[in-house]
Design a binder for this molecule. Sequence first.
Ligand code: TTP
Ligand code: MG
Ligand code: MG
Length: 441
Amino acid sequence: MKTTTHNIDIITDLETPDSESINTPNLDLPTSDIELRSPNTIVHMDLDTFFVSCERLLEPKLNGKPVLVGGTSDRGVVSACSYEARQFGVHSAMPMRMARQLCPEAIVIRGNSAIYSKYSDMVTDIIKEESPVYEKSSIDEFYIDITGMDRFHGSYKWATELRQRIMQETHLPISFGMSTSKTVSKVGTGEAKPNGQINVLRGLEKAFLAPLSIKKIPMVGDKTYQKFRSMGIEKIQTVQEMPLELMERVFGKNGVIIWKKANGIDNSPVIPFHERKSISSSLTFEKDTIDVRKLKEILTTMAEKLAFYLRNGDKLTSIVTVTVRYSDFDTRSRQMRIAYTANDHTLIATVMRLFDQLYQRRVMARLVGVRFSGLVGGGYQINLFEDSERTIKLYQAMDKVRNRFGQGAVKRAVTMDTKGVGQMSNPFNGQAPIIPAHRRS
Ligand code: TTP
Ligand code: MG
Ligand code: MG
C-alpha cells in the first residue's frame, strides 16, 4: 500500500506561533541584573504524597500509617509513599521488594489511576479559575505567575488563600513555594513540605539555597549528585562559590545551568497550560483501502511512535483520539479519556478499541490518524503504578536503542512490516517547542 502524505504535528493552540519566545529560559543575566530586572512573582504548588493522599480520602484508616502505592508484585516499583514510610528510607521509583524490606509494616496499595486523574483535574479546575497564568507541569504540580498582583492584593495572601481553597474543596494536602523564579519556588515547595508554604523574598534567593543539599536543585539527578559528591561537594553554597568555568569544564552545558540555578538565576517563563495541546500523526493513502489488518498495523505504529515521543519529551497524555476518513470524505473521530500515561501497551490498546468502535462502515478508508492530547509533563519517565520494574526497564532500554539507532530500530512484532509511516524528527527534543509561550516574561 503506497502512501502520499504523512503528518505529525504538535498542536499548540496558538493563532500566531511565536517560536522565538518558547521555552528558552533566559538565564544569561548576572545575578545583580536579575534582581533589578526580574520583578516576577511565581508560585509553585505540589500536592503532598499525591496518590497516597487520594487513597486516604477513600480510606481514612490509612491516615498516620506508612502507605505505599505502586506495583504490588515483587517486581513492582513504588509510585508514591507516605511520610511515615519515608522515615524508613523508602522513596518513589524504588523496587517494591526493597521498600517492603525497609518498612515491613507498610500498607501496600495497587492504586487506581482514574481516581488520581480525577483529583488532578479537580485541583487544576480551581487553579484555572483563580490564576491569571498557570502551567501544569505534572499530574500534581503547577507554576502560577502572579507578577504584578502585589499592586492589587498581597501576592502571598493570594497564594495562601488559593492553597486553603484547594484543601477545603478537595481535602488534599498541598504545599507551595513563592519567589521570583520557577527554580527557587520549586525548591521552596520541597522545603515547605509536608503541608506547608514558604515565601522566599526577593534578594534572599541565594541565601535561601546556600545551606541546602545540591540534590535539591531540580535537574541534579543521581549521577550528577554522585559526581558532586566525588568532588567533595554537598551544599549548594559550594556551587555558588565555584567559578562558572569549572562547572562548565566538569559538567558541560548542564554545569552552566546548574550553576545558574544554584545562584537563583532563572528567568524561564510560566508557560500557560492548554487542555488541547496535543501530538498527532495521520496518514493519507494513495489508494483507499479496506484492509483492516493493515489499518491496525499503521495505527499501532503511529501510537507506538507518538508514545515514544511522549516519553522522550517527559510527557503523559490523558486523551486519545482516532480518526478515520472514508473514501467519500466522511470523516469520523472517536476519543477517550484515560488515566495519564505514556505507555505503549495502554495507548495501543486504547487506539485499537477506538478503531474497532469507529470502523463500522466497512467501506474504503482514505486516511487514518491518532492524536494524543490533554498532555502534561511528568517528572519521571514512566509513572504508571501498575508498571513492574521489568516493564519500566524494558521501555527505557527500547527508548535508548531508538534514540541511538533511530525509531525503526525496535519494533513490536505486529508493526514489523509496516511501511509508509515515515520517520519523524523528535518534536519534543528538536528546536520546535511543544508549547509556545503566550506571553513573554
Ligand atoms: P511527586 O509530586 O513527585 O510525589 P508525591 O506527591 O507522592 O510526594 P511529595 O509530597 O514529595 O510531592 O509525584 C506525584 C505523584 O506522581 C505521586 O504521588 C505518584 C506519581 N509518581 C509516579 O508514579 N512515579 C514516580 O516516579 C514519581 C516521582 C511520582
Ligand atoms: Mg507531589
Ligand atoms: Mg509533583
